[in-house]
Design a protein around this ligand. Sequence first.
Ligand code: SAH
Length: 358
Amino acid sequence: MDEAFLNMDVREMERWLREEDESRLEALWRAADDTRRENVGDEVHLRGLVEISSFCIRRCAYCGLRAEHRNLQRYRMSSDEILACAREARAYGYGTTVLQSGEDYGITREWLADVVREIKAQTALAVTLSLGERPDEDLTAWREAGADRYLLRFETSDRELYDRIHPPTDRQGLSDRIAMLKRLKQLGYEAGSGVMVGIPGQSYTCLAQDIALFRELDLDMIGVGPFIAHPDTPLGRSELPSAPQGEQTPNTELMTYKVLALTRLSCPEANIPSTTALATLNLAQGRELGLQRGANIVMPNLTPVQYRALYEIYPAKACIQESAGDCHACMKARIRKIGRVPGTGPGGRKHLNASAAH
Ligand code: SAH
């Protein structure tokens, strides 16, 4: 591959983020797609997403689930409902289920440990958790119960911007998601993280540094999607400052593809989803283009339809009305249409370079 794509530093990545020339971008897409094929192959793994609770104690400036969004009707699924979704995931042939929620302490350590044990006993699926910042005792108990992976986006590597959009709670002091990611790895979880693209206040340099941090943390999974304004949040009401003109990253589809491609080139072995936020910007093609520019994972939504619209992290989320069955059929068709194959098995992180294994 062209030298220009190997071992890029932050300055070179920033240059790519600012690149507008279509033929040069074509070369970037091709390099990312080649790297994806050589390292993780043509399989697209499906992760069945279950949004288990919309309760949240946080006040994140970007997210519609924030505690201060009082008009939102909240729900928490029962363990029976969650187990039914996990069985559905297995019936569709998925290797993994992802349980995601707001930061909800109504989800107790013991209750969730039981749910994880039960999923493992009934389905043998890989279990990924994405439940926000939880104390060490919770993470330990869930790992012991059999949870395999944990997703926690650091959202931005710029500490000042992070504190602005992710204020501390009374329960925990200043939040440190990077420390928690390192801890998750120590506990034996596969660790996933990621950022939003185009957060007001995010500069090009800071976005390039985000990608460098993905590599430094040696993440197993990396999710990137565009920031989508939610009108009932401070960022959606433009209450927080943008970066200076010429510095602010746009929250566009194109910028998201650039970040996806650079992420694949920086972290060749990582599992990288083509996200729902991307599909929300381009329903017809977003998922496919994501898969052709670095991604190798999709996350079909298994959340029961009556809860879908209530899990409103941003408005007009793609596929909100679709049943799990429709979502499943649609994803598989999209994968095949672009000449790829639905993955089998749990689809965990592959360590191709033995010296990098840990
Ligand atoms: N409570 C969990 C899960 C949050 S939802 C947690 O905090 O980790 C998962 C991801 O959705 C977040 O990490 C964030 O990156 C993304 N998200 C939230 N609000 C968004 C918005 N308005 N636009 C785009 N992505 C958003």
